[in-house]
Design a protein around this ligand. Structure first.
Ligand code: P6P
Length: 341
């Protein structure tokens, strides 16, 4: 009788518990928080995958803090994530793209602060392009006055205790890091479980894909224009010309960069003088993931995760991906640094 050796499936919950058991002093609270996010992600995935059928598409008429029309699925994702975090009384406050200020949760004594982009890339919802949820987790810093204020959450990205994303694409994938490498899981909808697919994801040191919205070419810096032309030159030894890929959902563009290597860029431009992407709930968490996978993330000069935030919805430029690609881009920005007018 042939023995069929089936590979042992490890669920997200099992993996989180196993990881926690490696730290005898662990209280299990961060594990519970990650499981809360995993549960919300399964519920959001179910709605995203039937959005067209249940008529949840379309805008609900409101606009978010940035004046962007909010899609109903954005609100649904925001509600699911915040209520999941609220139930376990571990998180004291949430800052989300969909809320002007901090959202204080029932447990004002909770030790964690969570930043959320509940549904990044929502402009792609109606055209069935991949979208994602992003989370970033900080420890609340001890203060004598325990009244929670926005300043409690303004910590540099290097102080994140965990971060990750959920990509709702051809399959639903969850990637996260607690600073010990990147773990990736794929949702098996037939059993409603995230199954471990990679427990030490590494980004290629060099890639042949560059990802940027070339529509804003005319407002780029000289250094960036020269770098993109470098990517397009013929040089088989370095795999150039690179391929251009741009999905318009940061989570999808970052996940492709993590898997295949290369560079994703959202620069400053006339329309977005500080860049479009938000530091605290887009750039910091995705930079944490890419750095933990062996990559690099800068704002054009300094490491993204060194930036001391001034505001919860602050925007920054970002150059992120394989270390060789980001270093090359940085060398062009430095060589052709714009002289102040
Ligand atoms: P643009 C989606 O709206 C988003 O916030 C990111 O997910 C994405 O990378 C970026 O904006 C796309 O912006 O200006 O290229 O449409």
């Amino acid at each position: 009788m042939m023995e069929i050796k089936s590979k042992k499936l490890v669920t997200l919950d099992e993996y989180i518990i196993q990881a926690q058991n490696r730290f005898p002093g662990a209280t299990g609270e961060l594990s519970q928080l990650l499981r809360d996010i995993g549960l919300a992600a399964k519920i959001i995935s179910r709605e995203v995958n039937k959005a067209g059928i249940t008529n949840i598409l379309g805008v609900d008429g409101s606009t978010n803090v940035h004046g962007e029309s909010v899609k109903r699925l954005d609100l649904f994702a925001d509600e699911q994530l915040i209520s999941a975090l609220d139930r376990s009384l571990i998180t004291c406050m949430v800052i989300s793209e969909e809320n002007d200020g901090i959202v204080r949760l029932n447990s004002e004594g909770g030790k964690y602060i969570v930043y959320l982009d509940p549904l990044d890339g929502s402009s792609n919802i109606d055209v069935n392009v991949s979208i994602g949820s992003i989370f970033s987790i900080y420890m609340r810093q001890p203060r004598f006055d325990t009244t929670l204020v926005e300043e409690d959450s303004l910590q540099p990205g290097k102080r994140q205790v965990a971060a990750g994303y959920v990509l709702y694409g051809s399959s639903t994938i969850m990637c996260y890091t607690t600073g010990m490498g990147v773990s990736a899981f794929t949702l098996d909808p037939s059993i409603g479980e995230f199954i471990l697919s990679d427990d030490d994801f590494k980004i290629p040191t060099h890639g042949t894909i560059y990802s940027i919205n070339e529509g804003s070419y005319n407002s780029w810096s000289t250094g960036l224009k020269k770098y993109i032309k470098y990517c397009q030159e013929e040089d088989p030894d370095t795999g150039r010309p690179y391929s251009a890929r741009y999905i318009g959902s940061m989570v999808a563009d970052i996940h492709r960069t993590l898997v295949k290597g290369g560079i994703f860029i959202y620069p400053a431009s006339k329309r977005y003088p500080d860049g479009k992407l938000r530091l605290m709930y887009e750039c910091n968490p995705l930079s944490f993931i890419i750095e933990q996978a062996g990559g690099m993330a800068i704002d054009g000069s300094q490491r993204i995760m060194e930036i001391k935030p001034d505001a919860i919805h602050q925007r920054v430029p970002i150059y992120v991906g394989s270390p060789e690609n980001v270093k090359m881009a940085k060398s062009f920005l430095e060589k052709f640094e714009e002289q102040p007018v």
